[in-house]
Design a protein around this ligand. Sequence first.
Ligand SMILES: [Zn+2]
Length: 299
Amino acid sequence: MLLNMNELLKVAKENKFAVGAFNVADSNFLRVVVEAAEENDSPAIIAIHPTELAYIKDDFLEYVLTRVKNSKVPFVVHMDHGDSLASIMRAIHAGFSSVMIDGSLLPFEENIAVTKEVVEVCHKIGVSVEGELGTIGSTGTSVEGGVTEVIYTEPKDAEKFITDTGIDTLAVAIGTAHGIYPKDVKPKLKMDVLEAIKEKVTIPLVLHGGSANPDPEISKAVEIGIQKVNISSDYKFAYYKKCREILATTELWDPNTINPECIEAAKKVVKQKMGLFHSIGKAQIYREQKQAPWREEFL
Ligand SMILES: [Zn+2]
């Protein structure tokens, strides 16, 4: 089933679990996420970054949407780090049920203005919106980028940002970075910042750059109140590690002889993350609530 982010995370919040958002940029990775979710009976979020959309092309969304609508497990199809109203409009046109507008590098008032404009457009047709306040770091290893110096989200600003923009979810900066950390860098999440934000706001909070952080830190963040955790590098790394092994030791060239083992290797990572988020078995709750198909009330 296809839901928007509000519908998905409302249940997650009530039942105290988080949902993984996994970046997808081809049909093999779509299979990884969808099949792992179905085998775990867990909800999942298919995240597509504008650079990934540029690669897969908009027509690919028809396959994504058909596949997830035919599943008994709830999914959101979400644009990750939309950078302008134009990229958001493109996402809506392609059928995304949720978008992120990332104005985090703009001055505070400008971030409010651009985010508010996106919310006004998206809410007219039931598309949910994620905003970002503070900055996510960059390890220099991922397409999502980021900044070298993390600016932590100010709890007071978070409250004003949510009220002024009307966003549905907020990506907070508590010390994570996109990509896989260099060997000498140990990420450390600031739980006190997260707790202070949580005291001031009620909407679901999002953790970007969730790959390669120690499992206990992610679990703790979920416990405090993170409802969506973005994972990209960790499971893509597992996929291509297996792929490199196969290519280095065989003469295979057919995709259907090389990719299945890679898909299984990446699925292992996704399933382990779902355990960390406590989302395994939670798809049942959505089925019991007989969630109306997304956008029914708007179409
Ligand atoms: Zn991100």
